[in-house]
Design a protein around this ligand. Sequence first.
Ligand code: GLY
Ligand code: MN
Length: 491
Amino acid sequence: MTEMPAPEGGPGVRPEAVPGQESHDVDVPAGLRDFMAQGWAPPLAVVVEQAPWAPYAAKRRAALAARFPTEALVIPSGTLKVRANDTDYRFRPGSDFFWLTGEPGEDAVLVIRPADDGASAGDAPATLYVHPRSDRSTAAFFTDRRYGELWVGPRRGLDEVAAVSGLETAPLAELPAALAQLGRTRVLRGYDAGVDAGVDATRDADDELAVVLSELRLIKDDHEIAQLSAAIAATVLGFEDVIRELPRAIRTSERWIEGTFDRRARLAGNDVGYGSICACGPHATTLHWVHNDGVVRPGELMLLDMGVESRELYTADVTRTLPINGRWTEPQRRVYDVVHRAQRAAVEAVRPGVDFLEPHRVAMRVIAATLEEWGILPVSAEESLQKDSGLHQRYTLHGTSHMLGLDVHDCASARSETYRDGTLAPGMVLTVEPGLYFQPDDLTVPAELRGIGVRIEDDVLVTDTGRRNLSEALPRDPDEVERWMAALLPG
Ligand code: GLY
Ligand code: MN
C-alpha cells in the first residue's frame, strides 16, 4: 500500500491513534480526519431479497427452540482469527451459526429467546446482532484495517441482513445489555470469548446445546442436499482440471495439483472444504499428506482427497486414486481392485435402519479376506475381524465413514448412540471411503506392493428406500478410469 505523506509537526509528536491503526500505519492528522469525513455521496440503497435458504433456517431455529423452550440460546458466528500479527485468516462463520442464520459475517451473534407462554417454538423471538455499516463520520472507516469499509469493502447493514435472512437485527453494541437481561441461558461456547464471558451459563448445559445442534444437523433438508450436490459437481470439475494439468504437475510438483484444485474451488464455490490431500507415489500411504510438495512421477499412483466447499459452505469429500500416466501397472491394479470391491460392497450396504458401522464392517470383511489370501495377515481374516484382534488395521488404518455437511467431519458433537453406534436414517449423508495402505518400509508385505496406497471415497445420501451416491459421476471403475483419463490427458 502506498504510504501517505508524513504529517506536519515536530519530531516525536504523533497525533493520537485512531481505531484499528497498526504500528506501521501512517499518522492521521486532525485535518485529514476532517477532510475524510466529508464530500461523500449518500450510500447507494442496496436492494436485497430474502435468500432461498431463509425459510429453511427459520425451520431449523424452530426445531432448536423446541428443544429448549424455556431458555435463551446464544450462538455466535465467531471472530476473525489472527494469522500473523495484523493479518487475519479469511473468515468462515461457525457451522452451527451458519446453519441457523445463513449469515456469513464475523462477530455476529444469534439470540433466541423463549416463546411467550402458549406460543409455539416457531414463534420464539430471534435477534441477530451484527456490526452496522461503517459510519463515515469517524476515522475508523478508513483507518480500521479489520472492519473499516475503506480497507475491507462494504458489508451489509442491519436492514440488508434483516431483508436477506428474515431475522430481526440489532446493532452489536446492544448485545451486552441484551445478554445481561436474559434469564436461563445456554451459549455455544468456543467461538467468541467476549460472548462466553458475558453469559452466565453452566458448562454441562452449554455442552448439551452443542450436542443437540450436531444431532439436528444429522438429517439434511432438501436445500442442504442441493448444496452438497453443487459442491460435488464442482469437485468433479476440479478432478478433471487436475488430470488436464498433469503434464505441468509432472514438470513441477504436487503443488501444481493442489493449486489447480484450489482455483476451481474458489471459482465454483467458496473454497476447499478441508486441506486437499494430493499424495503421489508413497505419499499416498500417509493418511493426511497435506504438505503436497513432492514429485509427481509417471508410473506411480496419485491419491487425491479433495472437496470443493460450495458458496453456502457445504463441502464435498471425495477421494480417487489414479495412475499418473493414465494406465495401471499390474500390482497397482491388484491393490486397487480389492479396495474397489470393498468400497462397492460398502456403498451397497448403506440403507435406512442399518448400523452406521455396517458399511465399515462390510468393507473390512472384503479387505481382511484378501489380506489373508495374499498371506499378509499373520492370523485368519475371521480372527482379525474379532474386536480384540484387528490386525488388518495395520493396512486399513481408519474408519470407513463419517457424516458430511457444512463440516467435512460433520455433526462431531453428536452422542455415539445417535451417530457412531446409531442407525442410518433418510436424509443422512455419509462418506464411504475404505483404503489399503502398504507403507514403503513395511517388511510384512510383498516388495512389489510396498509404497502403494489406495483409497476410494464417495458421498452417499441415505434415501427412504436405500441410497443415492451423490458422487457417482466421478469414475471409480478401473477400466473406466483409464478411458476417462485418456480423454482428458493432453495429446
Ligand atoms: N477427507 C478427509 C477426511 O475424511 O479425513
Ligand atoms: Mn472423508
